[in-house]
Design a protein around this ligand. Sequence first.
Ligand SMILES: [Zn+2]
Length: 279
Amino acid sequence: MVFEDTFVDVIHKATNGLGYKKMDLMERSGLSMLEIEACLTHRTDYEESIWKLAEALNLKPEALVLLARADSGTEPQIPDQPQHVVSLPTEVPGWDGMTVNSYLVGCPQAAEACLVDAGASPRQVQAVLQQRGWILKYFFLTHAHRDHIQQLGQLQTSFPNCTFLAPQGECPDGCQPITAGFNVRVGKLRALALATAGHSPAGTSYAFEADDSEEIVICCGDALFARSMGKVGKDHFHSALKTVKQALLSYPKHTVLAPGHGPLTSVDLELAQNPFLAE
Ligand SMILES: [Zn+2]
């Protein structure tokens, strides 16, 4: 299992997002509590129940079944690592075994790079910069949840010549506030801020496109995970889904999505296999 969320997590997130109780789930799916419990204890031979729960929760049934099979060891599809993007998964202290991703996105011609999110330590970041021969120009924050800013202070101290940028409304000390549409060039690379609120009030994603390449990479924080999404409360659940579709999944199918937790994915894979993105 490589995904951040299991099919059970997805069922819980959808149930919470829709504001349903277990009784609602029983009524809407036609399943008994016993059948629901069996389904939620990772019994993939309960695919028929998974299908019914998906329909009750407006999830894409084929995608939820596929995710359940991934839980039981079926090799999941994930895109290759783009050449100039380095993922830096880092443990989150106090959250049992959980990791948060930071990303370095570089322009080799200019020998400059951007860092997205502050989960990784200055030592981890410096090691990659040295190895690639890059200089850190910009830091972008997707949102100010604790795990995504856990090393921010240390990074600011270690990289005094880097410009630290964060979404207006979720802008920690030492960062300059930016809003959607903000863009900046780093060599041949253009970084563009996209509004992807929902998981957090001012959540922002960053699209990186290079002049000399078809490749597009979007660091999307917790707006989207491979086959799932970050937790969203009842009040913002529908708008968050709409935002993900409009802001992220409207990009070309080959666009690589780099989430705040778990593996990389692509627009193509999420359109086909993300249970939340039922048509
Ligand atoms: Zn978060």
